[in-house]
Design a protein around this ligand. Structure first.
Ligand SMILES: NC(=O)C1=CN([C@@H]2O[C@H](COP(=O)(O)OP(=O)(O)OC[C@H]3O[C@@H](n4cnc5c(N)ncnc54)[C@H](O)[C@@H]3O)[C@@H](O)[C@H]2O)[C@@H](O)CC1
Ligand SMILES: [K+]
Length: 449
């Protein structure tokens, strides 16, 4: 929900607007109880904010008491709603500790309806005071309890009024105006799935990525490697026949002009020690037997470009990043133009992993979940952008499952491309993309902030 919420904001629907719709829907459900006296219990998060909006909507229609937690952790949206509620004809009673809640026990017994806006999707762990006392007192009354979004842990609701999606069985669901694109398309909300690097993180905490490629196309694996570094990998090794002077990357030479089976003794131990292995960029057509031989030694594998051939290599967890032609080569299915049909083709193909099918709209699917990526520009048809994308996905897969890594990788690379196109237009190179990647991925420049 946080992902969808954040994506909705980037599509122009603010959190405050969503909260207003949620509180309005809640007040409508509350009206169905024809209660003369309503007690609204509000926590310090946005769930509490929803309750305060409903209080504003119900003011004048019933006697409304709002018992709200005036915590130092009040979220900005909840604080805004507390401010907005000030001038409404509702009884506003703040509490800061358990004793203050207990001193208002009579309010609980007076109420014909209790609205539980204490904890929603942000609740974590055992319920702490003073919220716990609110829940206990609510459960002791005969009044029906209407829970907002999901029941606060331990409370016994009569009904649950959920927003956009049911989070518990039996909840009544109300739409709050979230655009469908916020859910089915990638967006800045997807970045919330990334884990923050701990302050005391040791060298290598960003993961070790191995890139296997090069041969006929010398630059491709180096571009992927640099992209992996820009997307947060700590150590990136490049197994490739041709050395390029890139001091940030570790070159692992091979015996001939292309990667071949005598190199397996060098490559297999590296595959086993790496968090993620990306194979294929610039590899050419002569090294597929090496890729199939190493696949079973790979924990997490990104298979790109020339490694996308049958027999299809398969790691413990695999991400395949084909364009339309490569997808047809490995599945025999020619992807239709529309993203929706493309998603169906991925499901039909039943590949053993997640697929990122590149195109004007990228489609990411593991056969069950589907997400569309709309970022990017026509200028990104320039050579090497696919190598960058694969490198970004590989670095993200250190910490994330393949599906999430592919969604974020596609989104971020496309956004970076949009920024660079704004500067260089069709004269952009794949290399130009590299500097924009960390800005989008780790900076605070994404839209809607
Ligand atoms: N699209 C959305 O996601 C929308 C969400 N909305 C509401 O926002 C809610 C989520 O808001 P938040 O993320 O602010 O989270 P919550 O409002 O569920 O709770 C977070 C607050 O509760 C405290 N808390 C967490 N665990 C606790 C525990 N075990 N004991 C005591 N206190 C605890 C936290 O310190 C924090 O202040 C949703 O459930 C929904 O009601 C709506 O405003 C509409 C839009
Ligand atoms: K609740």
């Amino acid at each position: 929900m946080r992902r969808i919420d954040r994506n909705a904001q980037s599509l122009g629907i603010s959190g405050l607007e969503l909260m207003e719709s949620a509180g309005s829907a809640l007040s409508m459900v509350a009206r169905g109880y024809h209660a003369k006296t309503i007690l609204i219990l509000c926590g310090s998060g946005n769930n509490g904010g929803d309750g305060m909006v409903a209080a504003r909507h119900l003011a004048g229609e019933a006697e409304v008491f709002v018992l709200w937690y005036d915590s130092k952790n009040l979220t900005p949206l909840a604080a805004c709603q507390a401010e907005r509620m000030k001038n409404c004809s509702v009884h506003k009673i703040r509490f800061r500790c358990r004793e203050e809640v207990s001193s208002h026990a009579s309010l609980f017994s007076r109420a014909d309806l209790i609205i539980d806006a204490l904890l929603g999707t942000g609740g974590r762990g055992t319920v702490r005071e003073p919220i716990r006392t609110c829940i206990e007192l609510a459960n002791q009354t005969p009044a029906p309890i209407l829970s907002v979004d999901l029941p606060s842990p331990g409370i016994m609701p009569d009904k649950v009024c959920a927003f956009h999606r049911a989070k518990t069985e039996g909840a009544e669901v109300y739409e709050i105006g979230i655009p469908i694109l916020a859910e089915i398309a990638t967006g800045p909300g997807d970045l919330l799935l990334m884990h923050d690097r701990k302050r005391d993180a040791h060298k290598g905490a960003g993961g070790e990525v191995l890139v296997i490629g090069g041969g006929p196309y010398q630059g491709a694996p180096w571009l992927s490697g640099l992209a992996a570094l820009r997307a947060g990998a700590d150590i990136v090794r490049i197994v490739t026949p041709h050395y390029l002077p890139e001091p940030d990357l570790i070159h692992i030479p091979v015996m001939g002009n292309s990667i071949s089976t005598p190199d397996l003794d060098t490559i297999i131990p590296l595959c086993e020690r790496s968090d993620v292995v990306l194979s294929g960029p610039g590899l050419g057509t002569r090294s597929h037997d090496v890729i199939t031989a190493i696949a079973s030694h790979i924990k997490k594998g990104v298979f790109d470009a020339d490694s996308l051939k049958n027999p299809l290599p398969q790691a413990e967890e695999s991400l395949f990043t084909p364009h339309a032609g490569e997808f047809e080569r490995i599945t025999g299915i020619k992807p239709e133009a529309t993203p929706r049909v493309r998603a169906q083709s991925i499901k039909q193909a039943g590949l053993p992993g997640t697929v990122l099918l590149k195109g004007p709209v990228d489609v990411v699917s593991d056969g069950t979940k589907v997400r569309f990526n709309l970022t990017g520009t026509p200028a990104m048809t320039t050579g090497g952008t696919g190598d960058v994308l694969a490198g970004v996905c590989a670095a993200l897969m250190v910490d994330l499952p393949a599906f999430e890594a592919a969604c974020i990788g596609a989104y971020v690379t496309g956004r970076a491309g949009e920024q660079i196109t704004g500067i260089y237009g069709c004269g952009m190179t794949a290399r130009d993309l590299l500097t924009a990647i960390p800005q989008v991925l780790f900076g605070r420049t994404s839209e809607g902030e």
